[in-house]
Design a protein around this ligand. Structure first.
Ligand code: ARG
Length: 289
């Protein structure tokens, strides 16, 4: 069985150089050495879980390039490149596009009249693509993606600017199962989630503010920021293994574990990935340890 593949970008040029979300404060800055140690710890943890981590070369002047989740949306061998809301991040796209083209993906672009921030705002859970909109991505872009991929899109509005990307407040664990921060959504959004995800595990406000929802799922292992004891206990009770890695230097930019990664072979919860496994005649549960 081929190992899970994840794209990361080392934080050589990471820093808080502009403010495009409520977490960012230029005067606070980030401690580069600490950021490097924390990034390394996440990287090494994923490697120890059996992940093949690919790395994108860091680029001077692109402090947020570390957040590879926003590169675009991966669907089988297709890479739908993001249309970033802010120009400071749109400059990352040529580097992401080049990496994906060089690594055998078909690179596709959305119309430039739309905004879409990739896997940060679009997450498969089962057959459906859950799509966060308002702060960064917009609803027309999600509809465009749904048509391009031929999948059902379930748009949910992100009503709290601190949870500006869907992956800051929602994390699919498996088809039909996810963690989420209820207050990041309105009543309608919560209904969409509960109607389509039978097992929803709520995360407390304190732990959502530690970006507990911004987790990386590898088989039954869930890697998330430190000091989320309630989440860790709830994951354990649900049959998962919670692994904490302190990523506070990245919280200063409004990111954590999930934002620092982009799954290249399909997220654990993606229905299309499960389908592929069956076509391949592989029926093993997604466990790597
Ligand atoms: N500073 C980055 C931004 O505001 C953080 C991105 C976090 N990424 C994520 N997938 N939530 O765009």
């Amino acid at each position: 069985m081929s190992p899970p593949r994840i794209l990361m970008c080392p934080p050589d040029h990471y820093g808080i150089e502009y403010e495009i979300n409520p977490w960012m404060n230029r005067s606070l800055g980030a401690v580069r050495e600490l950021a490097f140690l924390q990034w390394r710890a996440l990287h090494d943890e994923l490697v120890s879980l059996g992940v093949a981590v690919e790395t994108l070369a860091p680029q001077p002047g692109l402090p947020d390039l570390v957040f590879t989740a926003n590169a675009g949306l991966v669907f089988k061998n297709r890479f739908l490149s993001s249309r970033f809301r802010y120009e400071v991040r749109a400059r990352e796209s040529p580097f992401f596009d080049a990496w994906f083209a060089a690594n055998g993906f078909a690179v596709e672009h959305m119309p430039d009249t739309m905004f879409h921030e990739g896997a940060g705002d679009a997450l498969f859970c089962g057959e459906s693509l859950f799509a966060g909109y308002r702060t960064r991505s917009d609803a027309p872009a999600h509809q465009w993606v749904g048509r391009a991929l031929g999948v059902r899109v379930l748009p949910v509005e992100l009503v709290n600017t601190r949870f500006y990307h869907l992956d800051t407040c929602f994390c699919p664990l498996a088809p039909g199962e996810a963690i989420y921060f209820p207050e990041a959504f309105d009543a309608y959004g919560r209904k969409v989630l509960s109607n389509h995800v039978p097992k929803l595990i709520p995360v407390t406000e304190d732990e959502a503010n530690r970006f507990g929802c911004n987790a990386v799922v590898v088989g039954k292992a869930v890697v998330h920021n430190s000091r989320c004891p309630r989440l860790a206990a709830d994951l354990t009770a649900a049959g998962y293994r919670s692994i904490e890695v302190e990523l506070d230097e990245f919280l200063k930019a409004g990111g954590s574990a999930k934002c620092l990664t982009l799954r290249l072979d399909g997220e654990e919860a993606a229905g299309w990935k499960q389908g592929e496994r069956q076509e391949d005649g592989r029926h093993e549960p997604a466990e790597y340890r």
